[in-house]
Ligand binder design. Structure first.
Ligand code: ADP
Length: 614
């Protein structure tokens, strides 16, 4: 685009107009002047011709040729006029300046032709005789008579021509033209100056407005159209400035609103617990929120603009995005992200992303981390399977023996007695499992609802009561249980639950120890490495011990290190799981150390009661 400054659009055309106008005026003026001069001169020459015509006619009619020539020479000299007399044949009869005899015939000259016709002829041209521009005026000569009236009627007998050089007129005209040209130059300069000033005056406020508009375009609305106060600007410019100011104000307001709304949206976006990811139609990330950045372990600022494959290395999600881009329909799915050894389950909700005009611009995926949910579901599923399995074993056994009895074993008193004892044992096992399951669910429910009441309790007393409960079983195997606990040791506990936990541990210790063995139940306050005080209860036995590989999973429900032995001893596989839950409801943990064949020690560590609470 050919763009010129305003001043260059106003200044040159104005100058050109002035120039053309001046030239036209000068040309017209000088032409008119020249015409006027020539007319004046023509009249004067005509007057001179008329003055001498009478005399010339007379001399010519009378044939006084020499006298005529003398008259012409004399009159011509005095009047500074060339006088030529031509007869009807065109021959020059007399000439004031030249020898008439050697002059060429003059009948073809235009002024002469006009005079022959009885008119006054005029002509300006180069005199071939004198080599000079001359103005010629010719009048007809009539034969001279005494009677005036008769003379007027006489036919033309020749032509009297008077001429003056026009060089003087041309010189005068040139002088006048030079003066006009000088005047024109002065006017042009003045006009140029005025045009310059006017165009600068028009362009200056526009220039200021341009600067201001440039600032607006950069988003700087701090200043309004900076027209100088008191500066005379045209109504149009002032109106334009005012409307641009209004436009800037509106724009500023709009931008502020948009920025505020964007900030609000960003805040919402960032604080959402759901991971949100937006990609464009080329599968490049438009944006993702903090939750998404955390899940995919990427810096949220660096992610935008990257390809989805570079941000999320998950084929399923990429496929899902592609499918939504193709079908333009929402899609729900679930993907599994591998996080090192662990898995993360994400429920995804993808929708096509549209701009304000309804044009498709990409895909928005909202992801919910359902890992906990899935894990819980898995735990529940495993639990149901385990429970069914645990219940199935005694029930199958009971069913088998009842059928055997019905099929005739009842008749044999000895067999019947044996089978019924087995059935009783299996029933007890069932009962024990159900008892344990019920107490497990009760404890879970209490801790979930935070309904476990904790109070400062004397630990020694609790341990002794637990030991008391197990005393009978211990005595059967002749096992000695000792309690080692400071008299005044206290902790914030639920005595009933804690006693149950200790009982479970002591029962196990007795169960998995040889006869005559020893079990030590102790409790003490210990300072941990992190500086916190804990009350640690331990139950130590010197029995069969547990292989190292079982230790990490020992506290899981139904986990048994030795299934056959556990069943034989009437174990449910839930005892340690109950202990773990009780410890957790107290804000504590469980642990175990063991050496196969040498015995095991189980620990319950609880937060120590603060001194102030004692
Ligand atoms: P169970 O009712 O089978 O004893 P628990 O949950 O109490 O169930 O114990 C889980 C498993 O831990 C037991 O089957 C057993 O193999 C092992 N165990 C628990 N306590 C001891 C212990 N003191 N000595 C050796 N093994 C033990």
């Amino acid at each position: 685009m050919n763009q010129k400054k305003l001043i260059w659009q106003i200044f040159p055309p104005n100058l050109l107009i002035t120039l053309v106008a001046m030239l036209a005026v000068s040309w017209y003026g000088s032409t008119a002047l020249q015409k006027f001069y020539i007319q004046q001169l023509e009249s004067a020459l005509q007057a001179r011709a008329y003055l001498i015509r009478e005399r010339v006619s007379e001399l010519m009619t009378e044939g006084r040729l020499e006298e005529l020539r003398e008259f012409c020479r004399k009159s011509g000299r005095e009047a500074l006029t060339r006088i030529t007399v031509i007869d009807l044949s065109g021959k020059v009869v007399a000439d004031s300046n030249e020898n008439a005899d050697i002059m060429e015939p003059h009948n073809s000259r235009p002024e002469i032709i006009a005079a022959y016709k009885g008119l006054t002829g005029t002509s300006i041209r180069l005199s071939r005789t004198l080599q000079e521009n001359m103005l010629y005026v010719a009048v007809p000569l009539k034969r001279h008579g005494h009677n005036e009236k008769a003379a007027a009627d006489l036919a033309v007998s020749g032509a009297l021509r008077v001429a003056v050089p026009v060089t003087a007129i041309e010189q005068t005209l040139r002088d006048v033209q030079a003066k006009i040209a000088l005047g024109a130059i002065v006017v042009i300069f003045a006009a140029a100056l005025v045009t310059l000033l006017v165009s600068r005056r028009i362009s200056r406020p526009l220039e200021a407005m341009k600067q201001c508009a440039l600032r607006y375009s950069r988003g700087d609305f701090s200043q309004r159209m900076c027209l100088h106060k008191g500066e005379a600007v045209s109504l149009e410019v002032a109106t334009l400035a005012a409307s641009m100011d209004r436009m800037a104000e509106h724009l500023n307001e709009r931008i502020k609103t948009i920025v505020r709304q964007r900030n609000e949206l960003e805040a919402v976006f960032a604080s959402m617990s759901e991971a949100v990811l937006a990609v464009d139609t080329d599968e490049r990330v438009i944006s993702l929120n903090k939750a998404a950045a955390d899940i995919f372990a990427i810096d949220e600022k660096q992610a935008s603009g990257l390809l989805l494959q570079e941000v999320v290395r998950n084929i399923d999600l990429q496929r899902q995005v592609r499918q939504i881009l193709e079908n333009l329909e929402p899609l729900q799915d679930e993907i599994i992200l591998q996080h090192g050894a662990s898995e993360r389950f994400l429920q995804t909700n993808g929708v096509p992303l549209q701009d304000g005009n309804g044009r498709n611009i990409g895909v928005l995926v909202v992801m919910n981390d359902v890992t906990r949910l899935r894990r819980l579901e898995n735990v529940r599923r495993d639990f149901v399977a385990n429970v069914s399995h645990e219940l199935k074993t005694p029930i199958t056994s009971i069913k088998g023996y009842v059928e055997t009895l019905l099929e005739g074993a009842m008749d044999n008193r000895e067999d019947a007695d044996r089978f019924l004892k087995i059935i009783l044992k299996q029933t007890n096992q069932l009962y024990a499992i159900i008892e344990d399951l019920l107490s497990l669910s009760r404890i879970e429910k209490l801790s979930e609802n935070e309904e476990v009441e904790l109070s400062l309790g004397n630990l020694r007393q609790i341990l002794e009561e637990a030991v008391q409960t197990c005393q009978m079983k211990a005595s059967q195997k002749n096992i000695r249980i000792t309690v080692d606990c400071p008299e005044k040791l206290q902790a914030r506990v639920n005595p009933t639950l804690l006693e149950q936990a200790v009982v479970n541990l002591v029962v196990n210790a007795v169960k998995y120890s040889e006869a005559e063995a020893e079990v030590i139940v102790s409790a003490a306050e210990k300072k941990l490495d992190d500086g916190t005080n804990r009350v640690v209860i331990s139950v130590r036995d010197f029995g069969i011990g547990i292989a190292k590989k079982h230790l990490p999973r020992l506290f899981e429900r139904f986990y048994r290190s030795d299934k056959a032995r556990s069943r034989k001893l009437g174990g449910t596989g839930l005892g340690l799981s109950i202990v773990k839950h009780i410890a957790q409801t107290h804000g504590g943990e469980v642990a175990v150390t063991s050496q196969e064949g040498q015995g095991s020690t189980f620990f319950i560590s609880l937060p120590a009661a603060g001194k102030s609470e004692e």
